[in-house]
Design a binder for this molecule. Structure first.
Ligand SMILES: Nc1ncnc2c1ncn2[C@@H]1O[C@H](COP(=O)(O)OP(=O)(O)OP(=O)(O)O)[C@@H](O)[C@H]1O
Ligand SMILES: [Mg+2]
Length: 284
């Protein structure tokens, strides 16, 4: 990839707990994302996907520490202070968090919540704000007349659409989506995925999409990064990784993709490619 179409590059990111600095939760992770493309980070629970995403926005818990560089549109985010990061979060980089149902405030209307980033970052008020909120609701497939609804008056899929509207309100160049469809049922998952993919294309956003589901990867990814216990074990184009997986872990994950009925696991995950740990050692 040529450097002038690179939107985001993560360079040798390491994350560890301050109390346990030698145990890497994210270990030497490097990846690049081009403008307008989708990179999927895939891996099982605990592999470091969310920590990688949160590191980009500097939203990690204070008990954690990081090393490495995050370069976004040529700017080294690692060097920015909190105030500068607040100007980037929600404006240039949108984020859909892993727990959407708890990310909305139950006592504020959805219209108000979608409007918040527009007021904060773009100083929109009054009729201009209302018009933009209505347009965003329509863009994510919710009737603009629902602007005065509260989150608990909406279905799970609609709430996720509201989260998407909030994340794209300021037309970010990069959207980070952390398992945005996991909590939804299968049909709604497909609709939300389609919506994200369409918005990405319409707005020419880059998307960093986190999932543990290779079915989703096949649908939306241009590039794939496979993580296992904090390490990248494989990365490449979606065709390369899906059709010619090089690493046994990727192969094992692919073998776990549900069959056509959508339920049965074809083969249990195996870890027989892992080196045998020395006696007494544990994978903390
Ligand atoms: N604040 C913290 N302090 C110590 N360890 C943490 C902290 N936050 C996360 N971890 C650990 O870091 C590892 C990676 O966590 P992360 O949330 O990135 O996983 P993930 O790949 O997103 O998993 P999932 O698919 O379940 O969301 C896990 O083992 C987790 O327990
Ligand atoms: Mg996670």
């Amino acid at each position: 990839m040529s450097s002038n179409d690179t939107l985001l590059s993560i360079e040798r990111l390491c994350v560890s707990a301050k109390a346990k600095p030698d145990h890497m939760l994210v270990n030497d992770v490097s990846l690049t994302l081009a403008q307008g493309k989708t990179t999927c980070i895939v891996g099982e629970s605990g592999s470091g996907k969310s920590l990688t995403a949160l590191s980009i926005l500097k939203l990690l818990s204070p008990q954690l520490q990081t090393r490495g560089r995050i370069v976004f549109q040529g700017q080294d985010l690692s060097a920015l202070n909190e105030q500068a990061m607040q100007g980037i979060r929600g404006k240039q980089i949108g984020m859909i968090f892993q727990e959407p149902m708890t990310s909305l405030n139950p006592v504020l209307t959805i219209g108000f919540q979608i409007g918040e980033p527009l007021t904060t970052h773009l100083n929109l008020h009054g009729d201009a704000l209302k018009t933009r909120v209505s347009a965003l609701l329509a863009q994510v497939g919710i009737d603009p007349l629902r602007a005065n609804s509260y989150p608990d008056e909406l279905s799970g899929g609609q709430r996720q659409r509201v989260m998407i509207a909030m994340s794209i309100a300021c037309k970010p160049q990069l959207l980070i989506a952390d398992e945005p469809t996991t909590a939804l049922d299968v049909t709604v998952q497909a609709q939300v995925l389609q919506l994200l993919d369409r918005l990405k294309q319409e707005m020419h956003m880059g998307m960093l999409f986190i999932t543990h589901d290779f079915g989703v990867v096949a649908d939306i990814a241009d590039d794939v990064v496979v993580m296992f216990r904090g390490d990248i074990v494989e990365q490449g184009s979606v065709q390369q990784v899906l059709n010619h997986p090089q690493h046994p872990y990727t192969q094992a994950l692919l073998d776990c993709v549900p069959d056509a009925a959508g339920k049965k696991m074809l083969k249990p995950m195996t870890y027989d490619w892992l080196p045998t740990p020395p006696a007494g050692a544990s994978h903390a």
